[in-house]
Write a protein that binds this ligand. Structure first.
Ligand SMILES: [Zn+2]
Length: 68
């Protein structure tokens, strides 16, 4: 799954995926972030099927690998 992540445009490291929650909506979204330095790149994915796929993955795997 994380193999499908794009790479950081600054350092070319693969991006790690975090789960974040909208401040107002409280809805989860996926945040790809540069594993080396968060200032390089940080994105937002709000595509529901993808977000739900990540949520499902978290329920069956160790949550710590996502940095929460
Ligand atoms: Zn980077």
């Amino acid at each position: 799954m994380t193999n499908e992540m794009p790479r950081c445009p600054i350092c070319n490291d693969s991006l790690s995926v975090r789960l974040a929650y909208g401040r107002k909506s409280g809805k989860p979204f996926v945040m790809p972030i540069c594993a080396r330095d968060g200032r390089h790149f940080r994105g937002f994915i709000n595509h529901r099927p993808y977000v739900e796929e990540i949520l499902e993955y978290l329920e069956t795997h160790d949550k710590r690998e996502f940095g929460r």
